[in-house]
Design a protein around this ligand. Structure first.
Ligand code: PMP
Length: 414
């Protein structure tokens, strides 16, 4: 994320592109230019093959089986948890709860920790550029507890300043929940400094890492946060799987939020004794194949030259920004000093949706709309943008295709 512009990396993007079979697809007869990575990333062959192999050789339910396949599936599932722990540098696998993704991880904290802890008048502080997944769960729990949702504003560049957070912190703030990277603007938030500030004020910190995990190494110990949520599909893994990191003592004290199989040790009609961490929060049969696929994706990230890949991606974003702002009538939304992966834009006189459709006809996949971040778009007086978002496998040639496609859309629609 912080890759200095002068880094000349030996990173071989052509080699990495070979790892992603879908990049060889044609769309409307044109080579696919995939620039919708903030919505979901593509999957390397190793992830696809891991899923295939799992269903061909291993498939069984986990944890309670005595037969060989069940033991195999359990081992692979728990190995994926260990990989996830290593990826986040979490101290213990007990602190890694598999969830459906970022949204479910945040809802878990809202419905378990917040619902059981917050009282009327307590406050939850979020940033103005949050994704709906880091707004609505808090609105729901505020409705349940009488707590209040407080918002720290971003500036006209889309930056969330420490001073803005500090100005909203009070002795009533019990939790600061903030995105690591904004999916709508690409702004990178100073989450380590925000965490320190919040802790000094006596509040816990949850970081929504959905847009960060594929764009920077994440170290939850260095960040010092209490909770960190992410989705596998944003970091080359399958959909339907993600994880919540939570500090052990917090998770230990939190009540389960869903009841069912696997989260219990014993059950009678009088009551239930809950299982150890992290199983207490994993009711029901989990997405076993997904977790194993996620493990393969995270291994992939930890095996390639990730630092080189990020420097490359940063350079492509920089190149794209320069090319796009040179287009007459195009305005880039979000000009934070530190940005990662995302280039949101509007074009004078053109609806983002029409731009997206025309780009698709030229093989260029971007996303258009509110990006599940309606409040920050209205802060900029917008109801939607077009968004190109980048990953390690994108190239300057992709950017050139984007620029040519935008110019063509302008011609066609003007
Ligand atoms: N937070 C941010 C910043 C996101 O970009 C997203 C996905 N667009 C989410 C949360 C929600 O992720 P998921 O839908 O995978 O739960």
């Amino acid at each position: 994320m912080n890759a200095p512009a002068q880094v000349k990396s030996a990173f071989d993007v052509a080699r990495v592109r070979e790892d992603f079979p879908i990049l060889r697809e044609l769309v409307h007869g044109k080579p696919l230019v995939y620039l919708d990575n903030a919505a979901t990333t593509q999957k390397p062959a190793v992830v696809i093959e891991t899923l295939d192999r799992y269903y061909r050789t291993t498939n069984a339910n986990i944890h309670r089986g005595v037969h060989t396949l069940s033991a195999r599936a359990t081992d692979a599932f728990e190995a994926a948890r260990e990989t996830t722990r290593r990826f986040l540098n979490a101290p213990s696998t007990a602190e890694i709860v598999f969830t459906r993704g970022t949204t479910e991880a945040i809802n878990l904290v809202a419905q378990s920790w917040a619902r059981s802890t917050l009282k009327a008048g307590d406050e939850i502080l979020i940033g103005e550029a949050e994704h709906h997944s880091n707004i609505v769960p808090w609105q729901i729990v505020c409705g349940q507890t009488g707590a209040k949702l407080v918002v720290a504003p971003v500036d006209e560049k889309g930056e969330l300043h420490l001073e803005a957070v500090a100005a909203k912190l009070t002795e009533r703030t019990k939790l600061v929940a903030v995105g690591h990277v904004s999916n709508a603007l690409g702004s990178v938030n100073p989450v380590a400094a925000i965490t320190k500030l919040a802790h000094d004020a006596g509040a816990l910190v949850l970081i929504d890492g959905a847009q960060a995990v594929a764009h920077a190494p994440v170290d939850v110990v260095a960040l010092g946060c209490d909770f960190y949520a992410f989705s596998g599909h944003k970091v080359f893994g399958p959909t339907g799987i993600g994880a919540l990191y939570g500090r052990r003592e917090l998770l230990e004290a939190m009540p389960p939020w869903q009841g069912g199989g696997d989260m219990i040790r014993t059950v009678s009609f009088e009551g239930a004794e809950y299982n150890d961490l992290p199983y207490k929060f994993e009711a029901g049969t989990p997405h076993i194949a997904g977790a194993i696929g996620l493990g393969a994706a995270l291994e992939y990230v930890m095996t390639i030259d990730f630092a080189g890949a990020l420097a490359h991606e940063h350079e492509v974003l920089h190149y794209a920004t320069g090319k796009m702002i040179a287009i007459e009538g195009l305005r880039v939304i979000g000009a934070a000093r530190e940005k990662s992966g995302v280039l949101s834009f509007v074009i004078e006189g053109l609806h983002p949706h029409d731009v997206g459709m025309l780009l698709d006809h030229q093989g260029v996949a971007i996303r258009t709309g509110h990006h599940c971040a309606m409040p920050v778009l209205s802060r900029f007086g917008l109801s939607g943008t077009a968004r190109a978002s980048f990953s390690i496998y994108n190239t300057r040639e992709d950017v050139d295709c984007l620029v040519a496609a935008v110019r063509k859309a302008q011609q066609l629609l003007s």
